[in-house]
Design a protein around this ligand. Sequence first.
Ligand code: ACM
Ligand code: ZN
Length: 767
Amino acid sequence: MPMINLFYFRKSALKTLCSTLCCWMLINYANAQIKEQGIIPQPFKVEKTKAVFNFTPSTSISLGEGIDINNLIFFNQYFQSLSGYQLKVNKKATINLNIDSTKVTQPEGYILWVTAKQISITGHDQAGVFYGLQSLVQLLHKANGKITVQGTAIEDHPRFAYRGMHLDVSRHFFKVEAIKKWIDLLALYKINTFHWHLTDDQGWRIEIKKYPLLQGISAYRDETIIGHKKDSPHRFDGKRYGGYYTQEEVKAVVKYAMERHINIIPEIEMPGHALAALAAYPQLGCTGGPYKTATYWGIFDDVYCAGNEETFTFLQNVLDEVLPLFPSKYIHIGGDECPKTKWKACPKCQQRIKDEHLKDEHELQSYFIGRMEKYLNNKGRQIIGWDEILEGGLAPGATVMSWTGEEGGIAATKQHHNAIMTPEKYVYLDYYQSLYPSEQLAGGGYTPLSKVYNYEPITQELSGDEAKYIKGVQANAWSEYMASPTQAERQLFPRMLALAEIAWTAKENKSYPNFLKRLRYEQPLLKILNINAANTFDEITDQVTESADRQVQLNLMSTLPGGQIYYTTNSTVPGLKSKKYNKYIIVTASGKIKAAVFNGAKQYGRVYEKSFDVDKAIGKNVTLTNQPQGGYNPGNTFGLVNGVFGSKLYNDGQWYGFNGDDLEAVVDLGSVQKISQLGINILKYHWQKMWEPQLLTFETSADGKTYTEVYRQTAFNDNGINEVRANITPVQARYIKVKGINKGIIPPGEYIAGAKAWLMVDELIVN
Ligand code: ACM
Ligand code: ZN
């Protein structure tokens, strides 16, 4: 079998996909254990019967009136690679494809019937027939050289009209064959929109003939950061990097996608994330440059000048070349993360604010977006923008893509604007899917498969009327940490399948255990497609809780069917002879707990490990003057003294976050004791609005009334986790007061300047 990489195909991508599917099915059905089949995403209604339809070389297919021949071509490519023969067209066939919008009333819906004698797919429309065939492909069964399908009656249609996947090709560039393969996979899972993020600070990826320097300069960067953007100092690889799609290539991709019922929405970013364009055309920036295509990840102050007419001419000319390539009604114009620093200092931008009677730079952003919207509306298109386009007022017909949270989408629906939900917290697939230390480098926090799967786009805040403005849901794949196709696959699969199910499957039909079951059936397919899919979902996860007597209780879990966990407490590798995990583990000493899950004698996945630091404060009572907020442990204090340190993943459940408020915690040791060290961990990620305190102090007291300051610190240098360990002159004390004065308002020039800073702390340490 050829070695196939998701992102680099030698032959026709579809042919390869088909031949690999064939191999998958051969293996799948040769393996007696994998008999059950399922469809991802789960259909609306499925009934199974005992009937079996047998394919033979004389089985033929009839195409009802108006059925696109592509349906048969695609199906035959799959089918032939499985069976060795093709289905021919015959009016009196046993397989019938039809379109009947009276019988199937829902757009993109289909009915699939399989009896012993007949298979019939009736679609509401072409897409419905196509999706019926995608489901049939997943149900084909090969055993003893025979192709069969179990009898079934499926009635299916999507929950949402907009089912999107995004891919950033600026931070890392993926070649055309890779994109086509990507599109094949989207189609297989009934995703109908591909949001192609084509321009950003680190590279401009679409040919614009009028501006050749976009190809000559903007498509390339001098080098690329190594490691994570929060690492300090930044290190670079010294290698020029880049590439772009020619207009001919773009046309081919758009056609390829349309044949598979996928609409491509191009994104041309403005007014921020523009550094690559400014590198080539510095007159479009407020200062005139010089600028360079960015070599690391982040948000950059240099954006398009909103006071310069040439900026608008440039962007309009760019769009004039983009629009003919993309028939999409919607064009994405970005709008996110546009710092206002340069606009504030720019005479031209300030003049524009005056001339247009705008209140401030936020209204200038709104002016910018509104003006571009008008231009696109005049060309018959609608805009989509990230939720920051709400700043300073929403352009009249704009659709909001809600990413910073769900609030933007909700706000848009209240103004009767359409919205697409893609909240960072749930569906950013560039985030970590596992808390294991060996997990590959990723973008932000922790978003396991279960969290993606359980995301519900229609939140309770949306009344029945407003909910109809939520057009759908999308997952995003920012490629900062997906430098290679293999890395991208590991990040996106299988979480993309969870997105497909959120988008397609009726809410009442969703079930995570059932999804996992179908996902396990899907493994051989993903393997044979040579997709480097993650299998973290059945690995061990944990919860550190408080026992009735405030001891630290470690709970381990795995969804692996028949899985049994074994563990060690002395850092050795766990095996079948280690301790068997039953209910929980009470942690009484510092050290590392390791565990592995086994099905019989076979270990699944990687070894789990967790370190505990047991000190004098463990499990002791803590009083907080201000409550932490958001997802950072409001209403509980045990996590501050549970022996587990928060990791670099800020949403790992360990961190306590104070939004604009100070930290004031008192630990009661229960008795007066000798104390010689006090400590705390502080998470500092300015790009995540997480700031070190202005001042940190430790005070001690014997009676809880009179406190004496024993330590103070005002400088925190390390980006990431600051481990404060203050060795003090030994004192006798029962109470420890820890105060951290919040940074307050994020200062100008910093990420999200003007917002309240988060003070993030974990683990109060007393020795
Ligand atoms: C975004 O993630 N900046 C839209
Ligand atoms: Zn300006």
